[in-house]
Design a protein. Structure first.
Length: 381
């Protein structure tokens, strides 16, 4: 028997614009429609909300850990499930667990875990593989002894990504155009990151299937007068997308605004790049056996390098609204619809259009999360 629900009493952001005096209708797992609140069809169970804002569940395409666990340290389905659950209190209903440069066995285990989770409605979409095909000059906290070129043997695990929503972040100057084309043909979303590429390198990679940029401005060649670098490529290749960490630490507010002015918000999605501390009381954890400490809102290693972020996607949303003063509809879209569209999953997630999954978060007036539904089911936290 179909369960039909109507949510009313809150403003509604449908993925594109804000609606007042409306009700959100969903049946079982899927959105049905928005309707005037005084015209709810017969057969729907009305749930009257005491204000707030309903929005599509947030989608985080770069998250390394959560709930006290780090994916690289324990590349299992249980880790991914813990990560997904740890994000529910922040309005995040779908994640792309991220494994960074490591032994092939770690990456293979993470892919297998993602396949297990993605077959069920767990909140895990697939996987983001960040590395190891990087520039040594832009390694960041990635282990330099794990950074390398693609070997023929790597295609054994790369080809298992076919059919699984996946991002592979690589340095385009380190990977051939033929390899990028082969990855794109598998359905993998290829992003530039940890790269010292020239503009020409990125343009060539884009012609063969590179479609995005990972944590824009960070760990990539910068825009200069004579060489635009990866940043310049990201800002000028209008058909590409870029993930952005909006925490006031990784990117200056003016740089965020410059990216928005160049690309438009429809090509930028917010990411957390969160580590094990998010959704847990931890103030430190280990990465590659090295201690990473949370200090003054930053995660840093012994050399003082940033090691991911300590924010949730909700924190990024609040930063964009409260510090940058971005419009509400743009900010919310950057955390929901746009990441879904980048992953070519906009027909399933990220908006309240008919037929999409009923992934919903209720945001209160203090910008906390009161309630969350995934595929029409309330998720307790």
């Amino acid at each position: 028997m179909t369960t039909k629900t109507a949510l009313l009493g809150a403003r509604i952001f449908d993925g594109f614009s804000i609606h007042e005096q409306s009700a959100l209708l969903f049946a079982d797992e899927h959105i049905v429609a928005l309707t005037p609140a005084d015209r709810i069809p017969v057969g729907y169970d009305p749930i009257k909300l005491a204000g707030g804002l309903l929005a599509p569940g947030f989608i985080d395409l770069q998250i390394n850990g959560g709930g006290g666990l780090l994916l690289n340290n324990a590349p299992s389905a249980q880790t991914m499930l813990t990560m997904a659950q740890s994000q529910v209190p922040f309005g995040v209903t779908r994640i792309l667990p991220t494994v960074i440069s490591d032994a092939v066995s770690v990456t293979e285990q993470a892919i297998a875990a993602a396949k297990t989770c993605a077959h069920n409605d767990t909140g895990v979409l697939g996987i983001h593989i960040e590395g190891p095909f990087f520039s040594q000059q832009k390694a960041g906290v990635h282990r330099s002894d794990q950074i390398r070129s693609i070997a023929r043997s790597d295609w054994a695990w790369l080809e298992t990504l076919a059919g699984l929503p996946a991002i592979l972040t690589l340095a385009p100057e380190q990977v051939s155009s033929a390899a990028i084309a082969r990855l794109a043909a598998l359905g993998v979303r290829v992003c530039a990151g940890h790269s010292n590429a020239t503009l020409a390198d990125v343009v060539q990679a884009h012609k063969h299937g590179l479609s995005g940029f990972t944590h824009l401005y960070n760990a990539m060649s910068q825009l200069t007068g004579r060489e635009p670098g990866v940043v310049g490529a990201a800002l000028t290749l209008t058909e590409t997308w870029a993930g952005l960490i909006a925490d006031g630490i990784h990117v200056h507010p003016s740089s965020i605004q410059a990216a928005l002015n160049s690309k438009g918000f429809e090509r930028i999605f917010l990411v957390s790049d969160a580590m094990a501390t998010i959704g847990s009381p931890l103030t430190h954890f280990e990465l590659y056996g090295e201690r990473i400490d949370l200090r003054d809102g930053q995660l840093i290693n012994a050399q003082g390098r940033l090691a991911g972020s300590a924010i949730s996607l909700l924190d990024a949303v609040k930063y964009c609204l409260q510090t940058l003063g971005l419009p509400l509809h743009q900010t919310l879209a950057m955390a929901s619809r746009i990441p879904a569209e980048y992953m070519q999953l906009g027909d399933r997630y990220g908006s309240f259009q008919a037929g999409r999954r009923a992934d919903i978060c209720l945001i209160n007036d203090a910008w906390g999360i009161d309630r969350v539904w995934r595929s029409g089911q309330p998720i307790h936290f």
